[in-house]
Write a protein that binds this ligand. Sequence first.
Ligand code: ADP
Ligand code: 5GP
Length: 198
Amino acid sequence: MKRRGFLIVLSGPSSAGKSTLLDMVLKMDAELCYSVSATTRSPRAGEKHGVDYFFHTEEHFMKMAGEGALLEWANYCGNWYGTPRQYVMEAIAEGKTVITDVNIDGARQLRRTLPEGVFVFLMPPSLGELRKRIVARGADSEESMNMRLAAAAEEISAVVDYDYCILNDDLEKAARQLLAIIWAERCRVSRMEFPAVL
Ligand code: ADP
Ligand code: 5GP
């Protein structure tokens, strides 16, 4: 019995906890692959090229987009972000479960390109808690934090376009819920190929 690969898209406002949750879940599920995005934003302290993002100039990013090397791309708070096409499509073709962290504009594009994908929204407990987390992370300038918080309300209202919503009030619980979604989706009969003898 073989399982077809598929894409899981994780979205949520900045500081909802997407990266932290993905780090946990990727350690708990050896079969899960993370699609590293391309971006024009500057690296934060500790971020590594090829691990957290592929950090590119705007010129290089636009060249990739123009050549069809990105499955989707979007501008978020003044920087470009995009999903490399080749990695995702090859991993799916190999039967893998690929997970990617994209904003709501990117998710809308992926819904059209890969309708068999699974769309998961990570919800913060409140806008007040989101503000606390973005300040506590300490990775963004005052201006960037304000832009990100201003975008959050519209992002949260896009939850209705997703298949699943996970409330991130407790990281361990959120990780268990994401793993449950991943396994339920892997077990869908529509993703299986059965040998002719069955
Ligand atoms: P995102 O990737 O969604 O922008 P991060 O994963 O960088 O968010 O998380 C933002 C901050 O919130 C980090 O400092 C992280 O440790 C913290 N955080 C994440 N989840 C929780 C949680 N459930 N409770 C408290 N703090 C959290
Ligand atoms: P950050 O700068 O905090 O790492 O990410 C900012 C936003 O960009 C988040 O909403 C995140 O989901 C989104 N993002 C990260 N990678 C991609 C991508 O490949 N495509 C799109 N469209 N958004 C992305």
